[in-house]
Design a protein around this ligand. Structure first.
Ligand SMILES: Cc1cc2nc3c(=O)[nH]c(=O)nc-3n(C[C@H](O)[C@H](O)[C@H](O)COP(=O)(O)OP(=O)(O)OC[C@H]3O[C@@H](n4cnc5c(N)ncnc54)[C@H](O)[C@@H]3O)c2cc1C
Length: 394
């Protein structure tokens, strides 16, 4: 491979480019990003957490790449002086009924190779998070918080310093394979390469189709909405407080996150969005909506989980309900402590059978590799995903 074309300048595309150049696997490359800057979507609209691989099924790609990824990302942040802090988190069982699932998480974490996991009783939890409610908790010391926008910037600088070309404002609209490789038609002109790497996040299924491959799974956008804790309530949370998640869903449940730049965020929920880049409730896009509604997998998912879809929709509209979910973790929180926060949109692949695709998924195509599902913790794991991309090259 002499000169691959990478589509998508989020953390996954940047990490793939960085690993390709650093390892010498590609002497040069072009990365095409449709927005004016790198990292404009999921990679900078997230919780800013360094996840350590607690939740994922042992043996899955996610489990392996999350554990490798958090260590590699932390080392990169140290090397580049990127603001980050390994502050640890607690996952809290709010009542006895949640204890068995928390024990399962502990077992998963150990199976996945996490170190320093500690089971806490009520007093142990109070010592770390005095305002958290719960009968037991799991302390995960390897997790932390980071400035992912700074990670994107550092990767961009490194890629360019190693001879990679990053073209922003270049939306790929057509792909043609002929002769020695690919030609991409974009809003900034034509670009060529001898191999294609699709890291298009919320549009990864569409880029697959442009390259002549039907990915079967479709990306369905799930918006995650946040509130911010007003400064007078910030003392209620010291580090990261998470609930025990529902194993049926890849979403972790609304939680509290201390931000690396200061302040505390609460959220995100997981509500179906009416457009792939709908950061506000009122945003919609006719093409995105038509494609989602004509996909049988979405209807099968909704038929299987009507309660989840309904509850998330209601909670999105009601600050009171959002606050009630948060009060399970921190009972002293009051509705007036919450100020509107930002939002992000998750690119979540759903299978034609209506299953949420839980694992990372990389699909080979002719002269191409498509990263078709890279949901959380793909920001944490991005450098490890980049290495996995190289391992999967022909
Ligand atoms: C609300 C929320 C909270 C999250 N919290 C965390 C967390 O705390 N920790 C964690 O590890 N992960 C978290 N995640 C997940 C993480 O942010 C994503 O998994 C990760 O950022 C995915 O990176 P990406 O590069 O695949 O996607 P993106 O960052 O979305 O990048 C894809 C890029 O492709 C570009 N693109 C798309 N189509 C085209 C085209 N046709 N031509 C050119 N460019 C194109 C887009 O503009 C975009 O910049 C969270 C996600 C969300 C939404």
């Amino acid at each position: 491979m002499n000169h691959p074309l990478i589509i998508g300048g989020g953390l996954v595309g940047l990490a793939a480019a960085w690993q390709l150049l650093r390892s010498g696997r590609a002497p040069s490359l072009t990365l095409l990003e449709k927005e004016a800057r790198v990292g404009a979507h999921q990679s900078t609209h997230n919780s800013g957490v360094l996840h350590a691989g607690l939740y994922y099924k042992p043996g899955s790609l996610k489990a392996r790449l999350a554990v490798e990824g958090v260590r590699e990302m932390t080392a990169y942040c140290r090397e580049k002086n990127i603001p980050h802090e390994i502050c640890g988190k607690v996952v809290v069982a709010v009542d006895e009924s949640e204890v068995p699932r928390l024990r399962e998480l502990e077992a998963r974490g150990k199976a996945n190779g996490l170190t320093g996991l500690r089971w806490l009783d009520r007093d142990g939890l109070c010592a770390i998070e005095p305002h958290a409610a719960g009968v037991a908790a799991l302390h995960v010391p390897e997790e932390g918080i980071v400035d992912y926008a700074a990670v994107c910037g550092a990767l961009r600088n490194d890629i360019e310093a190693m001879g990679g070309r990053i073209v922003t404002g270049a939306k790929v609209t057509e792909l043609h394979e002929a002769g020695e490789g690919w030609t991409a038609a974009t809003s900034a002109g034509e670009f060529t390469g001898d191999f294609l790497i699709n890291c298009a996040g919320l549009h990864s299924d569409r880029v697959c189709k442009l390259a002549g491959l039907d990915p079967e799974d479709r990306i369905v956008p799930f918006r995650g909405e946040y509130y911010k804790l007003r400064p007078e309530a910030a003392h209620l949370v010291c580090h990261l407080i998470y609930p025990v998640p529902d194993p049926k869903f890849p979403f972790l449940g609304v939680h509290f996150t201390r931000l690396i730049g200061g302040g505390i965020e609460a959220g995100p929920n997981a509500v179906l969005a009416f457009a792939r880049e709908a950061y506000r409730k009122t945003q919609w896009n006719a093409r995105d909506l038509a494609e989602a509604l004509s996909f049988p997998g979405l209807w099968k998912f909704l038929a299987r989980h009507p309660r989840m879809a309904w509850d998330e929709g209601l909670r999105s509209l009601s600050k009171k309900l959002f606050c009630l979910s948060l009060q399970r973790l921190v009972p002293d929180l009051r509705e007036e402590d919450l100020a509107p926060g930002g939002a992000g949109v998750r690119a979540q692949a759903i299978s034609p059978g209506g299953e949420l695709v839980q694992d990372f998924r990389l699909v080979p195509g002719p002269r191409a590799l498509h990263v078709v599902n890279a949901p959380s913790p793909a920001a944490t794991a991005s450098l490890a995903i980049g290495r996995e991309v190289i391992a999967r090259l022909p």
